[in-house]
Every structure is written in C-alpha cells, then in structure tokens.
Write a protein that binds this ligand. Structure first.
Ligand code: DX5
Ligand code: ZN
Length: 218
C-alpha cells in the first residue's frame, strides 16, 4: 500500500518543512490538493506553491497533484512546469474538458495521468477513459475540505474498478482520498485500493511515522 499524506492538512506557514517531515516519516508520495473556488467551494494553492514544495523536497519525491478545478486543460502546463509527477483531474468535467486529449497531452510530457470520481458520480462514467489512466481516484468524501468523515459506500467503487482492471488487463493504480485513518485504511485495503491519501490523520498525529506505517500495513 502506498501512503500519500495530503499537504492540505499541514502547517502552510512551514510548508517546505512539513513536506520534508512527511517524507522523513515514511510517506511514499505527497498529495497536493489544488482547489479553484469553482469546482469545489474552497481555494487552496496553485502551481507556484507546488513548485516551492518541489524545491523543498528535491527531485526524488513523488508529487501527486489532485486538481479540483473547472479547467484542468487550461492549467495543467503550469503544474508540469512546477515539477509534479502525476496530475489527477475530475471525470465530472468530461463534458467541458476533452479528457482523452488531456491524458495524451499530459503523458506526452512524461507526467502520469489520474482520473478522480466524486462520491455522487457512478464509477461507470470512467470506463471509456480507463485504458488511458495511470490512476483512478475514488473520493471517499465530497471534495473541498480536509477532516471530513469517510463514506463507506465508496468502497464498492473500488471493488468495481478492481474487477474491471482484472477483466480488461489494465494496470492503473486505485487511490482513495478522504477521511482515511487506521480503521478506514484496512477497509480500503480489503476493497483493493493501492494508494491511500491521508491528511488529518497523518499531519495531526503525535507520531507521524507510526501512523504512516500503520496505514501502510492496515
Ligand atoms: C479533499 C481532498 C483530500 C483531503 C484529505 O478535497 O481531496 O485530499 O484533503 O484530507 P483528510 O485525510 O483530512 O480527509
Ligand atoms: Zn485530494
């Protein structure tokens, strides 16, 4: 299991130190939650902060950018320039954004492409895109804020995506994001998730390395 602490839950005044603290504590990836105040009802940070995090952690760390924005097709080049390793966009924007072209454009730059699914969105909408994604992200909270309660209904989508992946010989990772602590991590693992995003449960823990290790092994 990969563990990706969400920087949304860190102390923004010390963001570089916080990013390094997560990595020293055993984080596999750093999850960067980008919010534009349109797609979700919150504004977090953009490409300049992602670039600052990249400078703080050096070239080896894996930066996973989760774009909760209306126009990922407009903004993605700035995140590539910032040095992220993966860009995940929301399938709910499929009518406004050509997701197949976007996947091709992002992958052509050597950056991985992920597709995210809100709790209210049926997983089947992702099906036409699954052959061209590196990761499917199943949201287990309504996106916009950290510290919300895990929605167990999302586990069914993980099982369905895993079954689809097996049937179709695909290789994408399955990530879950929102409300994940130790108890939820074991449910996510049983359902078939490969990567867990954890914000509050990691950054607000007294012993971050122990929590990351426990989530990984849950
Ligand atoms: C929600 C974000 C999540 C969130 C996770 O919009 O996508 O990544 O910050 O934080 P916790 O783990 O606190 O739910
Ligand atoms: Zn996220």
């Amino acid at each position: 299991m990969l563990v990706a602490p969400s920087m949304l839950a860190c102390d923004f005044a010390r963001i570089g130190d916080e990013a390094r603290r997560a990595l020293i504590s055993g984080a596999d990836w750093l999850h960067l939650d980008v919010m534009d105040g349109h797609f979700v009802d919150n504004i977090s940070f953009g490409p300049d902060i992602c670039a600052a995090i990249r400078r703080a952690v050096g070239s080896d760390a894996f930066l996973d950018a989760h774009l909760m924005v209306d126009a990922p097709d407009h903004y993605y080049p700035r995140f590539i320039k910032a040095g992220v390793d993966m860009i995940t966009v929301h399938v709910e924007r499929e009518k406004a954004v050509n997701l197949k072209s976007l996947s091709a454009a992002i992958r052509a730059e050597g950056v991985q492409f992920g597709l995210a699914l809100n709790p209210a969105t049926p997983w089947e909408i992702m099906q036409p895109y699954l052959p061209m994604v590196d990761m499917a992200l199943v949201m287990s909270v309504v996106p916009g804020f950290g510290g919300q309660k895990f929605m167990p209904q999302s586990l069914d989508k993980v099982r369905a995506l895993k079954a689809w992946r097996e049937t179709n010989g695909a290789r994408f990772l399955i990530q879950m994001d929102g409300g994940i602590g130790l108890v939820q991590a074991s449910l996510c693992g049983e359902a078939g998730a490969d990567c867990l995003v954890a914000g509050s449960s990691t950054f607000q823990a007294d012993d971050m390395p122990a929590v990351i290790q426990a989530i990984r092994e849950a």
